[in-house]
Write a protein that binds this ligand. Sequence first.
Ligand code: MN
Length: 329
Amino acid sequence: MSNVETEPAELRCGALVDSAEPTEAPGVEVLAARDVPLGGPRAMLVRRTLPQRARTLIGAWCFADHYGPVDVTTTHGMDVAPHPHTGLQTVSWLFSGEVEHRDSLGTQALIRPGEMNLMTGGYGISHSEVSTPRTTVLHGVQLWVALPEEHRSTERDFQHHIPEPVRVDGAEIRVFLGSLAGAVSPVRTFTPLLGAEITLEPGAAISLAVDPAFEHGLLVDSGDVRLSGTVLRPAELGYVPPGVGALTLVNESEGPARTILLGGPPFEEEIVMWWNFVGRSHEDIVRARADWETSSDRFGDVVEYPGDRLPAPALPNAVILPRRNPPRG
Ligand code: MN
C-alpha cells in the first residue's frame, strides 16, 4: 500500500517526552479513523488510525490502514502502482478477497485471507498491489513497522506465513507476529512485536495475558468490543499503555466480532515519516524522494505492472516541525 495523501505531513515520531502534569490511571484511549482515498479518480477509501495527531506509534507499528468490505465488482478496487518504501516493513492481512503483490525482489505473490505477507523495505524496495479480477469483496488491513536504526538499511526481503488458528473459550486467534495465547509466530522481527487477528463469538468474553513491557492497540473491524472496560466501535483503535499484564475483550454485539491486536515495547527512537518513507531526518526523506524520482537502483524495478509507477508528491516547502506521541503518565 502507498500513502497517497496529496500533501502528506512529515511526521517526527518516537521518543516520549517528559510529562510534568499528573495523569489519570492508565485507561483505554480511543483513536478514531479518518478516511483517506487510496488514489485515483475512483479511489477506494481506507480508514487510517495510525499515524494520527494523538498517536504516531504503537510499539514499532507506525501505520494502520483498514479497508472494506467493499464490492470491487462495481468499483475500482485496489490498484496501487509501483511505489517505493524505505526504513520500514509492510504487513498485509486480508479478511476477504485477493491481492497480487509484485516487488523489486522479483516476488510475485497472492495475498489471501489468513495469510501474512511481510515485506521488508530496508534500504529500499518498490512494489505494486492490485486486487485480482476474481475478487468480489475486498476487506483487510495494511500495517507498517518502523525498523530500528541498526536495521533500517537492511536488505529488502519478502516473507509469507500462514498462522495456525488457536482456540480459546469463545474466540479464535491467528498470531502472525510475536506470541499470544500459546501461539508463537516463527517470523523474525527487528523489534519485539505482536500482531494477531482475534475473532470473538457473540457475547464472548476473554482475558489474554500480554507482555507488560508492551503497549497495545486493538483495531476493531466488526462488532462492538469492550476492551478492558472501554467500548470500541468498528474502525476504532483502542490504545493501552505499557504496564498492563492482561487484556479483557468482550463482544457486546449479536454477531461475531473481528479485531486486530497490535503490540510492542514503546519505540524509543525518533523517526521522520513522509509519504512511503521512514527516516531519521528531513535529509533522509529528501534523499529517498530524489532516489525514487531519478529511478536510482535503490528501489529496483517492479516488472509486468501494466502502467506507470507512482510519482512522489512534492516535498513540503519547509521542514515540518516534529510531531510526537503525547506525554505518558
Ligand atoms: Mn506499499
